[in-house]
Design a protein around this ligand. Structure first.
Ligand code: BG6
Length: 504
C-alpha cells in the first residue's frame, strides 16, 4: 500500500472515505470545509462513497445538521455572488452527511466513531480536527487508544490538523511527539492554508518548469527578497485568540515561511511529497539562528492605534473586543532573516505582516541587482534602477516583471515598464475556498502540500530568537490603522540602503 503518491496530472474522483469533522459547528467547517467539499463534488472529484460526519458536543439530528450546512452555504454563496447552490449536487453530497454528538474528551465518542466506520462499507477514514488547538493532542491520543488509527493494506487512516502547531519551539516539538506516538508521519496532514492558494503552488511550477528562472535565481543576480502579507482587517471577533498569539506567531513560522520556502528551496528531485518537503525543510532549517541581540536589531513590532481606511474611522487594537486596554501584543511585525546556504548567502529576506494596513496585499518581491552602469556613463542616465519580479498571491493573483525600457525620444531616458501575467486573464477561475486542493490531496493521499514535522520545528527554531529577544525587550512601535506599519519597519530596510516595494 502506498499512501504517498506523486502529484497527479489528471484528477480522478477520491476513493470512498468516511470524513469526520471534529468541531462540526465551528466556523472552519461551515465557511470553508463544507463549501470546498461542495465544489469538489460539483467538479466530479468526490466519488459516491464519501461520507461526511460532523462530530461535536451540541445535540442535532443528521438531517438538522445537513440542513444547517445547506442554509449556511446558501447565504455564503449569495453573499459572495458565486453560483447558486445546485440542488442536484448538494443533494448528492447531503446524502452522505450525518452527525455524532459527543464530547471530544469522552471515550464513548470514539466508540461511536468506530461504529460509524464499521457500517460505512469502507475502512478508509480521515479525522479532521477543526477544533481549538488544545484538543489536538487529546483527540489524537483517544483516536489512537480506540484503535482508530490502525491502517491495513486496504484501509487508510489520516488525521488533519491546522495551525497553530504549538506556540514556540518547545510546544511544537511536544505536539509532534504526541502525534507521532499514535500514528506515523505519513498519516498526518498539517494544513497551512497558504499552500492551497493557486499562486503559491504556481511559484514552484514557474521556477522549475521554465528553465530561464534558474539562471538568475541566486545571489549573483538577486539583491534581496521581500515577503509581505498586509491585511486591512483587524482582529475581528478573535481578540482573545490574538492576544496570546500576535502577528509573529500567527503568520511568520507558518504562512510567511511557506512563501519563503517556495522561493528559496532547491529544485526537488521529483514533484512528490518526500522530495518537495525535504527541500522545504532544508531551506527553512538554513535560516540563520540570530543571537538574541541580533534578533532584537533585526525585528520591529508594532501595534495599530485608531486611524481610518477608505474614509472609515477605525478603533485602535487596544479598543477592540476582548483585547486588554494595555495590551502589548503586536499586530505588525517586520523581520530580516538570512539563509545560510550557497545560493542565498548575502541575500537578505525581509518579511513583514500586519493587520489594519492600507491595502490587502500578499506579495513576494524579488529585487534584482542593478546592471553595471558602464554603457550608460556618457548619457543622461544617472544610474540604473533595480528591477523586480513581483509575485502577487492576493488579491490580484499573478506575476509581474518590473523592468527598465527606453523612453521614446532622442535623449536616452529610461522608464519602468511591466511585463505581466494575471491569473484571471489566462484561466477561468472556479469559485474556491482555497481548501479544495488540500482536502482532495488528503483524500487521495498526496502529502506534498502539507507540512512535515521537521518543517514546523525548523520554522519555530528560526522564530525562537525573536520571541526570546522580545521577552527581554518588549518595546512596541505604534502605527495608525490604515498606514503601512510603523516608521521603524521602513528603517529596517533604509539602514541597508533599500526600501519596501509600494503596496497595492
Ligand atoms: C490565518 C491567521 O492563519 O491567516 C489570520 O490566523 C489571518 O490572522 C489569515 O488573517 C490570513 O489568511 P489570508 O488567506 O486571508 O491571507
Amino acid at each position: 500500500m502506498t499512501h504517498s503518491i506523486r502529484r497527479k496530472s489528471k484528477a480522478e474522483p477520491a476513493p470512498p472515505t468516511t470524513l469526520f469533522l471534529f468541531g462540526a459547528h465551528g466556523d472552519l467547517v461551515k465557511r470553508l470545509l463544507v463549501p470546498a467539499l461542495y465544489n469538489l463534488k460539483r467538479n466530479g472529484l468526490l466519488g459516491e462513497g464519501l461520507r461526511i460526519i460532523g462530530v461535536d458536543h451540541n445535540a442535532i439530528s443528521d438531517e438538522g445538521f445537513a440542513q444547517k450546512l445547506e442554509d449556511f452555504i446558501q447565504s455564503e454563496m449569495a453573499g459572495k455572488g458565486d453560483h447558486t447552490l445546485d440542488p442536484v449536487v448538494w443533494s448528492k453530497l447531503a446524502k452522505g452527511i450525518s452527525y455524532v454528538q459527543g464530547d471530544f474528551l469522552d471515550d464513548s465518542t470514539y466508540q461511536a466513531l468506530a461504529a460509524k466506520i464499521a457500517d460505512s462499507g469502507t475502512g478508509n477514514a480521515v479525522f479532521y480536527l477543526a477544533t481549538a488547538p488544545r484538543f489536538f493532542s487529546e483527540v489524537a491520543r483517544r483516536l489512537g487508544a480506540a484503535g482508530l488509527l490502525k491502517e491495513t493494506p486496504e484501509a487508510f487512516r489520516r488525521v488533519v490538523i491546522e495551525k497553530p502547531f504549538g506556540s514556540d519551539l518547545q510546544t511544537a516539538e511536544a505536539l509532534n511527539a504526541c502525534l507521532l506516538k499514535v500514528m506515523t508521519e505519513k498519516q498526518i496532514y498539517r494544513i497551512d492554508h497558504y499552500l492551497g492558494k493557486e499562486t503559491v503552488q504556481n511559484i514552484l511550477v514557474s521556477r522549475f518548469s521554465n528553465s530561464l528562472f534558474e539562471a538568475f535565481w541566486n545571489n549573483h543576480y538577486i539583491d534581496h527578497v521581500q515577503i509581505t502579507a498586509a491585511e486591512t482587517v483587524g482582529v475581528e471577533t478573535r481578540g482573545s485568540f490574538y492576544e496570546h498569539t500576535g502577528a509573529l506567531r500567527d503568520m511568520v513560522p507558518n504562512h510567511l515561511f511557506q512563501l519563503l520556502a517556495m522561493v528559496a528551496m532547491e529544485p526537488p528531485a521529483a514533484f512528490g511529497a518526500d522530495a518537495v518537503r525535504g527541500e522545504k525543510a532544508k531551506v527553512v532549517g538554513a535560516i540563520r539562528p540570530w543571537t538574541v541581540e541580533e534578533a532584537r536589531t533585526n525585528s520591529v513590532r508594532g501595534q495599530y492605534v485608531a486611524g481610518e481606511i477608505g474614509g472609515k474611522a477605525l478603533p485602535g487594537y487596544r479598543q477592540e473586543d476582548k483585547v486588554a486596554p494595555d495590551s502589548n501584543t503586536e499586530t505588525y511585525v517586520a523581520l530580516k532573516v538570512m539563509i545560510d546556504n550557497w545560493r542565498w548567502v548575502g541575500v537578505p529576506f525581509y518579511l513583514r505582516t500586519g493587520k489594519r494596513m492600507s491595502v490587502r496585499d500578499t506579495e513576494i518581491v524579488i529585487c534584482f541587482k542593478p546592471a553595471p552602469y558602464a554603457q550608460f556613463r556618457d548619457t543622461e542616465v544617472d544610474e540604473l534602477q533595480p528591477t523586480y519580479l513581483r509575485i502577487q498571491i492576493q488579491p490580484n493573483e499573478g506575476m509581474w516583471f518590473d523592468l527598465l525600457a527606453k523612453r521614446p525620444g532622442q535623449a536616452l531616458k529610461m522608464d519602468n515598464i511591466e511585463l505581466g501575467f494575471a491569473y484571471k486573464d489566462f484561466f477561468e477561475m472556479q469559485p474556491s475556498t482555497g481548501y479544495e486542493t488540500l482536502i482532495y490531496d488528503c483524500l487521495t493521499g498526496d502529502q506534498t502540500l502539507f507540512q512535515r514535522a521537521d518543517n514546523i520545528e525548523n520554522g519555530w527554531r528560526a522564530v525562537q530568537p525573536f520571541l526570546d529577544a522580545w521577552q527581554q525587550d518588549s518595546s512596541m512601535q505604534s502605527y495608525p490603522a490604515g498606514e503601512n506599519g510603523p516608521k521603524a519597519g521602513e528603517e529596517l530596510l533604509i539602514r541597508d540602503g533599500r526600501v519596501w516595494h509600494r503596496l497595492g
